[in-house]
Write a protein that binds this ligand. Structure first.
Ligand SMILES: Nc1ncnc2c1ncn2[C@@H]1O[C@H](COP(=O)(O)OP(=O)(O)O)[C@@H](O)[C@H]1O
Ligand SMILES: [Mg+2]
Length: 329
């Protein structure tokens, strides 16, 4: 087997659109902190992906090292001359775009990988947690994967930490259905992911690799994760903002007749154009005269998708149930 991290050019089954450098060195263009995260099993996994590039799905619980492994893989791929795509399906601890969205970033250099926040494609799901938003999450997953396939051969899909229980398993199964991956890696403590990896083995033709969570992984607390979401939302809305007066007929789902619009204050919305593309995320403001949309998204908004996330003036997000809201509470 060729050894991508050991600096040899992979040969078997390689399909790339771009010529690759003759002999990339092990550390060339790969961040030293990422290099420190490699062990023999991760190295072998990265080698297998580089030998057969395709869609790679990374699975694991919270703080299992999915995003770090995604970055390692993408970094080595870039050093080998690929221009890979990162599909970020984590709604809360997102890498591409703000929380409440899934996003796609086409990486052309290690600088792109150092800060992949600005998306090439975005899809508004409306919540920082997948549990009650499986439909928009899977619709967004399908849309991003279609765009990813148009752009690149090597596609790395980073996912949320919801893997446990029936909901986690059903969600991940449907993500695998859409991704039709060539490689699946499951990062696990003990054998916690075996049921899900069994599903991947039985229902997909992917090469499935179980990896133990790295001992150097540092667990984040709920507070730290909430702060990460707040920072990301604050960063997203720090770009120049546009303000629009909102037509109450422009929402999906449609607003119930007679709804008190002050209940919409602070709700995040997806800003769509008529082609169905998500132009970005906005926040609703209820002023004395009218309902307004505040958004950094440029382009002509045609419709607004309501989610179930409200932000305060410091960009702290809390969940809210649309059905309760529509009943007037
Ligand atoms: N292989 C590794 N070696 C050292 N530290 C790691 C490794 N994988 C993850 N970490 C650290 O553990 C924490 C959680 O990792 P992360 O990749 O964000 O997990 P996840 O995406 O699964 O939530 C981060 O601080 C990261 O730097
Ligand atoms: Mg992550």
């Amino acid at each position: 087997m060729s050894s991508g991290l050991a600096g040899e050019v992979p040969t078997a089954g390689v399909v790339t659109a771009t010529p690759r450098p003759a002999r990339p060195r092990v550390d060339q263009g790969v961040d030293h902190r990422l290099l420190a995260s490699i062990d023999a099993r991760r190295q072998a996994f990265v080698d297998r992906v580089l030998a057969r590039p395709g869609v790679v799905v990374l699975l694991g619980g919270i703080d299992s090292g999915k995003t770090t492994l995604a970055r390692l893989l993408l970094s080595v791929a870039l050093a080998h001359g690929h221009e890979p795509v990162l599909v970020d399906l984590d709604l809360g601890q997102s890498t591409v775009g703000p929380p409440t969205t899934v996003g796609l970033r086409h990486l052309r250099s290690s600088e792109d990988l150092a800060d992949p926040f600005v998306p090439d494609e975005l899809y508004f799901v409306g919540s920082t947690s997948p549990r009650a938003h499986l439909l928009p999450l899977l619709a967004g997953t399908a849309r991003l994967l279609q765009e990813a396939r148009r752009r690149a051969t090597l596609i790395v899909v980073d996912t949320s930490g919801l893997v446990a229980g029936t909901v986690g398993q059903v969600l991940k199964f449907h993500k695998l259905e859409l991704a039709r991956p060539r490689h699946v890696a499951g990062l696990q403590r003990g054998a916690e992911l075996e049921p899900l990896l069994g599903v991947a083995r039985r229902f997909t033709s992917a090469e499935v690799t179980a990896l133990p969570v790295h001992p150097a992984v540092v667990a984040t607390g709920a507070q730290q994760r909430a702060e990460h979401r707040r920072e990301r939302l604050a960063r997203y809305f720090s770009a120049p903002l546009h303000r629009y007066q909102v037509c109450p007929l422009g929402f999906m789902p449609p607003l119930p007749r007679g709804l008190d619009h002050s209940l919409l204050q602070g709700l995040l919305v997806g800003v769509n154009d008529r082609s169905g593309s998500c132009l970005g995320v906005g926040v609703l403001e209820h002023g004395v005269d009218a309902l307004r949309l505040v958004t950094p998204a440029s382009g002509a908004p045609s419709g607004l998708r309501l989610g179930s996330t409200r932000v305060d003036v410091d960009w702290r997000a809390t969940g809210t149930d649309l059905r309760t809201l529509f009943r007037g509470g």
